[in-house]
Design a protein around this ligand. Structure first.
Ligand code: AMP
Length: 286
């Protein structure tokens, strides 16, 4: 496994691989790996001849009061884990390499970024799409793999790729969870106290309840949201940011669950902001 820190070197390695007819698979990450990241890498290994993983904690996707500085980082551990799943190249640039001092270009997807996490984090997705567009130009992948855990991010990137006619196949992979159902996240390390860890599970439990209601035929989004709120409110340390029932492609709120639906939520457990979601195909109304 090779580690590359400069844009030029990464581009020349990718150009060479393309000339040789190799399929480049790419997994962009911010590091501090867990099984969720590894599942994307395994899929990349299956799909590509050259598997590139980037590790870059992207400053432009963090708001001014967010955790950019203290975001967990451990390159030695990450590179060992990546090597074990068969990654060929880790692209590991520093901030100056990605954003030279005269950088002034941003990519903004306007509609699907408005609601959900975009409401509280107004510049977040612009940071994500900008860095992913850069990374696509640097790594030149044929296929890029993202997690459904960050559902709005996945939809936003799919929209960007369509709108900008980028020649990259974007693949979404299911959320990997802890044994009890908590969605894996690098930010789970912030859940230091056992009672916070327990409270965090209520996100998953509320989505389970939503699934149960939908399977029983409940179609009213409002009724589903109310039931989810009850579960989250039973944990005093949980503060709901949003619970939304949306069309899974447009991310617009819907009143009735029809077609491809995603139920997404964000909540604070103490000071830690967590997200989770549940996507499904609702049976048409008869
Ligand atoms: P991050 O390092 O948090 O920016 O995540 C890098 C990639 O891993 C993104 O595509 C995420 O959606 C994906 N990811 C994060 N957590 C999970 C998870 N629990 N299961 C599957 N994919 C995940």
């Amino acid at each position: 496994m090779e580690t590359i820190a400069t844009v030029k070197e990464m581009q020349s390695l990718s150009s060479r691989a393309r000339r040789e007819g190799k399929v480049i698979a790419f997994v962009p990450t911010m590091g501090y790996f867990h099984e969720g990241h590894l599942s994307l890498m395994r899929e990349g290994r299956r799909r590509g001849d050259l598997l590139v993983v980037s590790i870059f904690v992207n400053p432009t996707q963090f708001g001014p009061s967010e955790d950019f500085e203290k975001y967990p980082r451990d390159f030695a551990r990450d590179s060992k884990m990546a090597e074990e799943v068969g990654v060929d190249v880790i692209f590991y640039p520093n901030v100056e390499e990605m954003y030279p001092s005269d950088h002034q270009t941003f990519v903004r997807v306007t509609e699907v970024t408005r609601g959900l996490c975009g409401r509280l984090r107004p510049t977040h997705f612009q940071g994500v799409t900008t860095v992913v567009a850069m990374l696509f130009n640097i790594v030149m992948p044929h296929v890029a793999i993202f997690g459904e855990k960050d559902f709005q991010q996945l939809v936003t990137i799919q929209q960007m790729v369509r709108d900008l006619h980028m020649d990259v196949e974007v693949v979404g992979m299911p959320t990997i969870r802890e044994a009890d159902g908590l969605a894996m996240s690098s930010r789970n390390v912030y859940l230091k106290k056992p009672e916070e860890r327990k409270a965090a599970l209520s996100l998953h439990l509320s989505l389970n309840r939503a699934e149960e209601l939908l399977k029983r035929g409940e179609k009213r989004a409002k009724a589903v949201i109310e039931e989810m709120e009850k579960i989250l409110r039973s944990e005093p340390s949980v503060r709901i940011d949003y619970i939304q029932v949306c069309n899974a492609r447009t991310l617009q709120d819907i009143d009735r669950t029809e077609g491809d639906v995603v139920i997404a939520l964000a909540a604070y457990v103490g000071n830690v902001r967590l997200i989770d979601n549940f996507a499904f195909q609702a049976t048409p109304n008869v």
